[in-house]
Structures are given as C-alpha cells and as structure tokens.
Design a binder for this molecule. Sequence first.
Ligand SMILES: Nc1ncnc2c1ncn2[C@@H]1O[C@H](COP(=O)(O)OP(=O)(O)OP(=O)(O)O)[C@@H](O)[C@H]1O
Ligand SMILES: [Mg+2]
Length: 450
Amino acid sequence: MVLPVMALGVSTWPLVDGIERLPGPVTVVRRCLDLTELLAAARAGLGRAALVAEGAEDLTASLLEQIRLGGAALLVLEGHDHRRLAGLGAVVVPEHATPEDAARLVEEAVAAAAGAPTTVGYADVVAAGRADAAAGADPGGLEDLGGAEPSGPRGAGRIVAVWGPTGAPGRTTVAVNLAAEIALLGQDTALLDADTYGPSVAAALGMLDEAAGLAQACRLADQGRLDGAALRRTAADVAVAGRTVRVLTGLTRQDRWPELRSSAVAAVLERSVQEFGTTVVDCGFALEADEELTVDTMAPRRHAAALTVLERADVVVAVGAADTIGVPRLVKGLPDVAAAAPGARLVVVVNKLRRSAAGRSPELGIREAWARFGAGPAVELFVPWDPETFDEALLAGAVLAETAAGSAGRAAFRTLAGRVLADAGEAEAEGDPLVHGTRLGGRIGAWLRR
Ligand SMILES: Nc1ncnc2c1ncn2[C@@H]1O[C@H](COP(=O)(O)OP(=O)(O)OP(=O)(O)O)[C@@H](O)[C@H]1O
Ligand SMILES: [Mg+2]
C-alpha cells in the first residue's frame, strides 16, 4: 500500500527529502507552493495526508474540511500555528522529528482518519477554541471588544429551529416572540438569525447596529477561535420585557450567505446552547434539494445554514399561514422538514388565523384540511390575525409581551414557549377531528390533489 503525501511550506522540505529516501509506504507526491495548490491537490484526491508548515495559519475549519473530504489527513509542523490546528484535529509533527518519525506519524494519522468522520465536527472546533484559550490566544483578533468571562449556563438549553415555507408566514415574528417568552419563563435564551434569504431579526427587535453577529461568530468558529468569551462578544444583549436575550443578528448583505457554512453554524449552535442556554433560530424557508445537484459538492450552499440548524434541532417549530396558499405549502414542506430534522420534535403552528381567509370557522377549516391531507403531527397552536397589534410591535421594535401583554397573540406565544420547553410527550397536541364541509377544507384538498 502506498501513502501519498502532499507538502506545503519550505520548512517541510528537509523532512520531505528524508521521507523520499525512506523505504516504506509513505511517499511524497506534491510539494505545493501555496495553500491554493494544496487545496486543489487535496480536492483532486492526490494525497492521503497533507503536511503543512508555512501557510498553515491560513487554514480554517472549512478549508480543513475540504482537505478531509478529499481523503487526506492533516499534519502540521510544530511552530506553524500548530496549537490551533491540533484543536481542529491535525496531528503535530515535532520540530526536530526525523523523517522516520514523520513517516510513522503520517501512517498513524491516515489510520486514525480512516476511522474518523470526514467533517470537522463541533467538538473539533470547540476544542480549538479551548486550545486557544489555554494558550492565551486572542479569539479572532477581537480583543478590543473587551469583556470578562462570566460563567454561562453550561449544559442547559436546547436548540429550537423556527422554520416555515416561503410567503412570509411569520417565522421571524414567531422566533422573536418565542425567544422573549422563553426568557420570561426564566430560561437563559439566545436568538440566532440564520435566514440566508431575508434576515430580519435585528429589524424586528429595533436594533440599529447590525453587526452580522452570526457571521462573525461563524468566522471565529471557522478559524477555530470560538470560545465562550468570543461568542459573548459577538452577541448583542437585548433587553426584552425585562429579560436579556442574547442575539446573534443575521447577514447585513444577502450576498454574504457563503459565510454561514455548515461546520461553522454547527459549532456556533452548540457553543450557544452551552453558553447562553435555549437557542431559538430563525432559519428561513429554504430546504430545496436542487442545490444538491450541483457538480461541485464542496461548494457552499445557500440553504446549508437552515439544514444544519434543522439537523441539530431538538424542537422544530413549523409555521404556516392560515390561508389557501399557506396551509398547502406547510403541508407539502413538512416531510422535508421531518427528513432534515430526524431527531427533533415537530410543533406545527398556524399563524394569521382569520375568517376572511379561512372561512367562518377558520380553525375548523384548517383542522379539516389537516385531518384529510396533512400527514404528520397535528396543528398544535393557532395564532390569530391581528394586524394592528403586530404592526404596533413591529413599529416599536418590540415583542407582544411588551406592547400588547394581554393580547391573544401574546397568549399564543406564551403557550408555545411552554410547549417548546415541555419534554416530548408532555406537550400532547389535540388530535385533529375529522370534520367535513368547511370551504377551506375543500379548497385546500383540491390544491393538494393537483
Ligand atoms: N398573526 C399575525 N397577525 C398580523 N400580522 C402578522 C401576524 N404574524 C406576522 N405578522 C406580520 O406579517 C409580516 C411578516 O412576518 P414575518 O416577517 O415574521 O414573516 P417571515 O415568515 O419571517 O417572512 P420572511 O420571508 O420575510 O422571512 C410582518 O409584518 C408581521 O408583523
Ligand atoms: Mg423572516
């Protein structure tokens, strides 16, 4: 068996020369001039291992993922940002290693990689953050942002993804109000905007300073520098109804979506749960699988952030609008959500419930449509259509608990928070009775049969 190695950086050359003279399986196939060449070689599957020195400092978690997806293990020469890279899973080759030592380490790294997952996991990225903290490294060059390291609610909380189909059914409204109500129930709460198409959490909360907190946190995670202190510096503490919600705002420009890479989003999520507690995420509408058809499987995908959130969610709140367009969209999207979030409890919310769009008995109409065509979980909650109240809150950049504490909409969000925090099984949804004859039920039935 041959173990081809790609090398990067002049400091690797003496070792590489020595390895070339050795008998045995380890052989050098490429001396790369820069990181771009190394990545191209790795992506082409030329090597089973990459030994890096100069240039190592530019390796991020997502670049490392590309190297691993190409089938190569990473080794770094001591003294070349090796602590950070070790935290991301690289094997460190001691500065004074002999070619024999290096060859042995290559063999061990390849053997270990064969049994390891191919993506950089959260544990790797967080471990890198810890390694950095231990080494006194500056987390992402953000030291000027200041702040001491208070202790977070470690181990507490869960990930709550708020999803809904296209057509503005009220995902952001639900996410923002749900986070506020969870905080009001006494839980430490974070709110993340991972909508790569129409981020609007900051606007909904009246935040003027849009710092693209989630993208910042992702960048740190990608560099292996996302420790607890760094995450707290990227989050904005927003006072909501007397409680504090930690907010990581969304992208400020839509063309920045490639910054929300899957591995980085996963690391931010896990870190957020660890540091901040229950983490509510507005994840937009996109689940389309057609991007999977792309030839370049390593290219970033715009819906990767949403998929990553769903994949890791403990609870998915699926929001649909209560009309003849919104309900079928919700029904049709739910199987994809269930597939994307296999471990999650699904809580279905129908928003904007109104007689003008769903008939004289709007709830009955939706329940009929659901019972006849909506396979999967029952509708757990209806939120009434109340434009005056919701517009007022939006204008104030506030949640209903602040501007309309006694409203029916607010009561619905408080109930939702209770359901989300309840353990599976506790939150029994009412079964959908099989009712017949509502206008909406008939219309939606016709739509779904198309
Ligand atoms: N129950 C409701 N009654 C009245 N208006 C509502 C209700 N729920 C949401 N709205 C309003 O509907 C609009 C869209 O809501 P929101 O931004 O939450 O939707 P979205 O699904 O996040 O849309 P987008 O596709 O832009 O992300 C907002 O103006 C919001 O205030
Ligand atoms: Mg939105």
